[in-house]
Design a protein around this ligand. Structure first.
Ligand code: AMP
Length: 590
């Protein structure tokens, strides 16, 4: 039997082990899952704890627990663990040994070889220390590879030709960004930059501060230090809230009997909005963007030279991170492969290549389309009632659930019309409408009441969409079977027909001039413009009553101009008149 070589991501916060089985990457699980927290401890009896159990006791018994040992690799340091002292290599070896045991249990045979990943910036000394740790754990380290190289390997296996890739890696305690060049089978790290003291732990810390501030205010406490056990619960709750906020606009934090004040139990109950959380972490994300530009500069490249961005590390699930990269690079970063696991997977692929195994490309279940709804907003700086807001983005692994908050547009709004679209166009009505429903009976009140839309797509392509008025819980939902099915041209036409009918238009309006393809495209555009124009007119009419005479007259004139231009199918004039009308609406609304 061939020697099995495992691939190991020996991380600062978490570690993983993977191997290739039947040409496919398997990330190995133990009873706690696929992620082994990089914590080592001893319990009150002196017995060894590795992973989750060690992490759980860290806050309460820091003197008996070691975390983030990777930061000390290559140093002549000693760390205390209970009664004894250990070198960084020895602590890392304990983690490696646990990973080795997990793999051996999985395959049912002894394993003594591994590929281990290290950050691109690791010095020779740090790499040597990693090899030594392997040896102590009973593993021959057949190769040390860079973490960004491993990520590129798993994403790009089988890629032919040249490509320049940016690997953005934001984990729990460290951040690295690397520019990687691929030329057929050769992967080279061209430049790398980062901060080994920046990561998701910092996001947790700002949330802990926010929770403590709220707790002190609610219970009239003054900067009293909460006891260690309460702090541990707050830290756990902060991380959980952070993870919820990656997929939902609000997270609630509830901890009963958190502590006592003057003998009275104190319960924690609060809500955190994603919007507020994003403000709290903005400076950290800014810092990562600066590093991105430094790495580009060091590689002698600019944003436009990058063909792809790969997301690595659990904290890259943060929407603010993704949207900032998207804005900066004008492309959606790739994250189809679990960002926590792709480095270990890449190490396993490298291990398989060394072992002479056949390696297949990694396949994951992803949605080939985006799904979303429509809202009022701006498109290219202009007001539009049909801004497409994709909740589930193309290439997201499924199953997935995402929710987003929307706001009522007018005072005493009675209902919200939820349209469900499949597609990528930033104008919602240019996508395919696959469902629609009305939530009626909203509570009376000013505009801006929160409506939470939620999209859940399962592995069978069934999409459940719900919308809920946050203040009252009033909700409605629909289920769309076969949401992922590719729409044939005939079905597309049917969908367009349905939308036109809703606006009382005939099909002939769309087909004018040019060849068939152009006609369809033009038709789509003029249809979209007509829909926008109608919505603008409606909006202007609603604002008329409260407008000054001068503004009202101007709006009446502009509405006429819009209607004339629509009647004469003059796209240029229509756009000009709509621009002017949007401007005045925008002015009146603000
Ligand atoms: P890693 O070191 O790559 O395993 O990343 C661990 C970090 O990712 C920790 O700070 C986690 O709290 C964070 N993390 C995991 N899942 C999410 C999520 N859904 N959204 C934001 N951060 C996450």
């Amino acid at each position: 039997m061939n020697d099995i070589i495992i691939g190991i991501d020996l991380g600062t916060t978490n570690s993983e082990v993977a191997l290739l089985e039947d040409g496919k990457v398997t990330i190995i699980e133990n009873e706690d899952g696929k992620i082994l927290p990089s914590y080592v401890g001893v319990d009150e009896n002196g017995d060894l704890l590795v992973g989750r159990m060690a992490r759980n006791q860290f806050i309460v018994y820091p003197e008996r627990t070691v975390k983030s040992i990777k930061r000390k690799m290559g140093e002549e340091a000693r760390v205390r663990l209970g009664k004894d002292e250990y070198s960084p290599q020895e602590i890392s070896a304990i983690i490696l040994k646990r990973l080795k045991d997990m793999a051996e249990k999985h395959v049912g045979q002894a394993i003594c070889k591994a590929v281990i990943t290290v950050p691109a910036y690791f010095s020779d000394r740090q790499r040597q220390a990693t090899r030594e740790a392997g040896k102590i754990a009973g593993l021959e380290v057949v190769k040390i590879i860079n973490e960004p190289t491993a990520a590129a390997l798993i994403y790009e296996s089988g890629h032919k030709g040249g490509k320049q890739i940016m690997v953005y890696d934001l984990g729990g305690g460290t951040f690295d960004v690397s520019v990687v060049r691929i030329e057929d089978d050769v992967i080279e790290v061209v430049s790398s930059h980062g901060n080994n003291q920046l990561g998701g732990d910092d996001f947790d810390k700002v949330l802990v501060e926010h929770i403590l501030a709220a707790l002190y205010e609610m219970h009239g406490m003054e900067d009293e230090d909460a006891p260690a056990a309460s702090m541990a619960r707050i830290e756990r709750a902060a991380e959980a809230a952070k993870i919820v906020l990656s997929d939902h606009p609000f997270a609630s934090v509830e901890e009963e009997y958190l502590l006592e004040k003057n003998g009275i139990p104190v319960h924690l109950q609060m809500e955190i909005a994603r919007h507020d959380y994003e403000e709290m972490i903005e400076l950290y994300v800014d810092e990562t963007m600066e590093a991105v530009h430094i790495a580009l500069r060091d590689a002698g490249l600019t944003v436009s030279d990058i063909d792809e961005i790969l997301l690595v590390g659990g904290s890259t699930r943060t929407p603010l991170v993704r949207s900032r990269l998207e804005r900066e690079f004008g492309m959606t970063p790739r994250a189809e492969i679990d960002p926590d696991l792709c480095v270990a997977g890449g190490a396993a692929m490298q291990a398989a290549v060394i072992g002479g195994q056949q390696v297949n490309a990694v396949l994951v279940d992803i949605t080939p389309y985006s799904f979303g709804t429509s809202a009022l907003g701006e498109i290219d700086g202009e007001f539009s009632p049909h801004v497409y807001v994709p909740l589930i983005k193309k290439n997201t692994p499924i199953p997935v659930t995402k929710s987003e908050v929307f706001f009522t547009a007018v005072p005493d709004q009675k209902a919200v019309d939820v349209q469900v679209f499949q597609g990528e166009d930033k104008v919602a009505v240019n996508n395919i409408e696959i469902g629609r429903f009305l939530v009626e009976g909203l509570r009376k009140g000013p505009a801006g009441s929160e409506i939470i839309a939620s999209f859940a797509l399962d592995a069978n392509g069934i999409l459940k969409v719900s919308a809920k008025e946050k203040a009252t819980g009033l909700a409605k939902s629909i289920t769309i079977d076969n949401a992922i099915a590719r729409f044939e041209e005939s079905e597309l036409e049917q969908a367009r027909h349905k939308v036109r009918k809703l606006f009382g238009e005939s099909d002939e309006e769309d087909v004018s001039g040019g060849g068939a393809g152009v006609a369809a495209e033009e038709g789509r555009k003029s249809h979209a413009a007509a829909v926008q124009a109608k919505a603008l007119i409606e909006k202007a009419e609603k604002l008329m009553d409260d407008a000054e005479d001068e503004d009202r007259e101007e709006m009446v004139e502009l509405i006429e101009l819009v209607q004339q231009a629509m009647g004469e199918a003059d796209a240029g004039r229509l756009q000009d008149a709509m621009d002017d009308l949007s401007e005045i609406i925008f002015y009146l609304e603000s």
